[in-house]
Design a protein around this ligand. Structure first.
Ligand code: DGL
Length: 271
């Protein structure tokens, strides 16, 4: 039993899609979240940069919030820094790529899965590796969609005028005859409606967040880290970017009044 918070990290508001599911499924758990907007997009950074940023954020959440486990709620950081963080931290660390791969393999009936993600995640090949570990007859068709993350961060995800950009960027994936599409960037579930409209109802969209929350639950149980006391749940939010901008997306997406604190990058760099 532990009342300590579960830490969540992402390059921005994307990880809130995972945090939201955790808030619903793990109602007695405290949550501490950091969005690294000042250094977004992670999808265009090097492996070394992503590892360094991720470790700084983990150390910040450990120092400030004494987190009991870390969820890398970012596909790009999972692809490049999961093993690195596991090596450097004493608390359990889980990412979103393995859970997303399990959910996608369970969904496909024709062994043809699409992946949309950042260029970094696509380049890493992390999803192909995980999927083929489970079933090596599955074909994965990947597409980088770097224009989607700024659309979410800038709150343009309801602007139907942007549908054309989404259709354009999904043109190739739409020609692949897939039945399952992984939303391989945690920002993408926020614009799920536009993506579904573009790929059509016959394609099953996979949000890795659902399976990730199941795995968080399992780890908490196995390591006896669950919080059994239901009262006074606290949610803390930090951003290296603009707190008002972060709060606008967070409040709408989570249906919760977040009061994010701004953390200067300098503070993270010292860790
Ligand atoms: N939300 C992040 C992910 O899941 C990436 C966004 C970025 O490029 O910073 O990959």
């Amino acid at each position: 039993m532990s009342k300590k918070a579960i830490g969540f990290m992402d390059s921005g508001v994307g990880g809130l899609t995972v945090a939201k599911l955790a808030m619903k499924e793990l109602q007695s758990e405290n949550i501490a979240y950091l969005g690294d907007e000042a250094r977004l997009p992670y999808g265009e950074k090097t492996k070394e940069e992503i590892q360094q940023y991720s470790l700084q954020i983990a150390n910040f959440l450990i120092k400030k919030e004494d987190i009991k486990m870390l969820v890398i709620a970012c596909n790009t950081a999972t692809s490049y820094a999961l093993d690195y963080l596991k090596k450097h931290l004493l608390i359990p660390v889980i990412g979103v790529v393995k859970p997303g791969s399990i959910a996608a393999v369970n969904s496909t009936k024709i062994n043809r899965i699409g992946l949309i993600a950042t260029n970094g995640t696509v380049k890493s090949g992390a999803y192909e590796k995980e999927i083929n570990k489970i079933n090596n007859n599955v074909k994965v068709f990947s597409q980088g969609c770097p224009r989607f993350v700024p659309m979410v961060e800038n709150q343009e995800y309801k602007d139907m005028g942007k549908q054309e950009i989404v259709n354009d960027d999904l043109l190739t994936i739409n020609s692949r005859n897939i039945d399952t599409l992984i939303l391989g960037c945690t920002h993408f579930p926020i614009m799920r409606e536009m993506i579904q409209k573009s790929v059509g109802d016959s394609v099953q969209l996979i949000d890795p967040g659902y399976e990730t929350v199941k795995q968080i639950k399992t780890v908490l149980q196995q390591q006896h880290l669950e919080n059994n006391e239901k009262r006074d749940t606290t949610y803390s939010f930090y951003t290296t970017g603009d707190a008002d901008k972060f709060n606008q997306v967070a409040n709408e997406w989570l249906n919760y009044e977040a009061h994010a604190k701004h953390i200067p990058i300098k503070e993270l760099e010292e860790l």
